[in-house]
Design a protein around this ligand. Structure first.
Ligand SMILES: [Zn+2]
Length: 335
C-alpha cells in the first residue's frame, strides 16, 4: 500500500495539479523542489498508486519512496516523514516496476492518442442549466446563484444572459458535484470542460475533465475562443474563466472580447490558436496581477507576433474577475 499522496500534500499545503500538459494519468504534479525556482510549472510527477515520483527536467530528481520527497518538501526528518507515509517496510519492488513508472512519467506529455481526437464530447446529463432546476433542486440552484452574485460579483439579473451566452452549467452530482461548469469550445465543437468548486474547501478549486476523456486537453485550448474569433477593437488576454466572463460580457458592447489561458504559461497549441486571432483586433491587452512581473515579460515576448500587445497590471491582488461590471465596462479605452 503506497502512501496517501494527496492527503499528505494537502496536509503540508503543497500545491499540486491533477491535470494539465505535464500530468500523466493517475499522477499529480508539483513544482520540483530540487529544480526549485528554475521549474516554472509542475515538472515533478507523483504516481498516486505507487507513490513513485520523478522530475521531467532532471533524471536525478527521482525516487520510489515518497517519504524522501516529503522530507525535502517539508521540515520533516526522514524518520518523521517515513512514519507518516508508512513506507520503508518489507514491500519488495517488483521486477520492472521502477522502469515502468519512470517510462509512464516521461512519455506522457503531448502524445494525444489519435483515435481519441475525433471523438464527440457531450456534457453529462447531471449538468444543469440555471433554468433547468426543478423545485427539488432549488436549494442547489440557490447556492450556485449565491456564489455567482456574492463571490463573483455578477448582478443577479444578468445571470440568465451570462449563463446562456457562455453555456454555463451547474453540477449537482457526479465527479463535478458542486461546481460551475465552463464548457470549452473551438469552432463550435465541445473539446473539454472545467469546473469551479463553489464552496470554500481544500478540494481543487478548478477541476478539468481528464485529458483522456477530452477531445483536446484544457491547457491546449483558449477559453472563449469562438467569440474572440469574431474580432473587434480590443482583446483582453486573461487567466481564468471568471476573468473572461467579467471582461467579455461587460465590454462586448464596445466590441471588446476576452480569452482565457487557464494559467499564464502558454502552450504551443495555445500559441497556434492565438496566431489565428492575429489581425482581428486593434489592440491586445494582457491583464495580470500586480505581482506577475516575470510572467509579463515572458508573455509580451511570446505574444509579440500579435503586434500591438500591452500588459496591464491589476491593482493589489485583484483579478480581472474581481472588477465590478462598471469597472469592466470602462476598462477598454475604446468608446
Ligand atoms: Zn527537478
Amino acid at each position: 500500500m503506497a502512501a496517501n499522496v494527496i492527503a499528505l500534500l494537502e496536509l503540508y499545503s503543497i500545491e499540486f495539479v491533477d491535470s494539465g500538459p505535464n500530468v500523466a494519468k493517475g499522477n499529480v504534479n508539483i513544482q520540483c523542489p530540487w529544480c526549485g525556482e528554475s521549474d516554472p510549472s509542475h515538472h515533478l510527477g507523483i504516481n498516486l498508486e505507487t507513490a513513485m515520483w520523478g522530475c521531467w527536467r532532471n533524471k536525478n530528481h527521482r525516487g520510489r519512496l515518497f517519504y524522501k520527497l516529503l522530507a525535502k518538501l517539508t521540515a520533516l526528518s526522514f524518520a518523521e516523514a517515513r512514519r507518516l507515509t508508512g513506507e520503508g517496510g518489507a514491500r519488495a519492488i517488483q521486477q520492472g516496476e521502477m522502469e515502468r513508472a519512470v517510462q509512464a512519467l516521461t512519455e506522457a506529455p503531448n502524445t494525444p492518442k489519435s483515435n481519441t481526437f475525433k471523438r464527440k464530447l457531450q456534457l453529462p446529463s447531471e449538468f444543469r442549466k440555471l433554468s433547468g432546476f426543478t423545485p427539488q433542486f432549488s436549494l442547489s440552484a440557490k447556492n450556485f446563484i449565491r456564489y455567482m452574485v456574492k463571490e463573483r460579483g455578477f448582478p443577479k439579473h444578468h445571470l440568465k444572459n451570462i449563463c446562456r451566452e457562455y453555456e454555463l452549467r451547474f453540477a449537482i452530482g457526479g465527479r463535478f458535484k458542486n461546481r460551475i461548469i465552463f464548457p470549452v469550445y473551438e469552432d463550435k465543437r465541445l473539446l473539454t470542460y472545467v469546473g469551479r468548486y463553489i464552496y470554500p474547501s481544500s478540494a481543487l478549486r478548478y477541476l478539468a475533465l481528464d485529458k483522456e476523456e477530452s477531445v483536446k486537453q484544457v491547457k491546449d485550448c483558449l477559453y472563449n475562443y469562438d467569440k474572440a474569433m469574431e474580432g473587434g477593437n480590443e482583446l483582453f488576454i486573461v487567466e481564468g474563466p471568471f476573468d473572461v466572463l467579467k471582461m467579455d460580457f461587460y465590454s462586448r458592447k464596445k466590441y471588446c472580447r476576452a480569452i482565457g489561458l487557464f494559467n499564464m504559461n502558454l502552450e504551443p497549441a495555445q500559441i497556434d490558436l492565438l496566431f489565428n486571432l492575429r489581425g482581428k483586433f486593434d489592440q491586445y491587452t494582457v491583464l495580470l496581477d500586480a505581482g506577475q512581473v516575470a510572467e509579463s515579460l515572458r508573455l509580451q515576448t511570446e505574444l509579440s507576433f500579435l503586434k500591438s500587445v500591452e500588459v496591464f497590471y491589476m491593482r493589489g491582488d485583484l483579478d480581472p474577475g474581481d472588477l465590478t461590471p462598471k469597472q469592466a465596462r470602462d476598462f477598454s479605452r475604446h468608446l
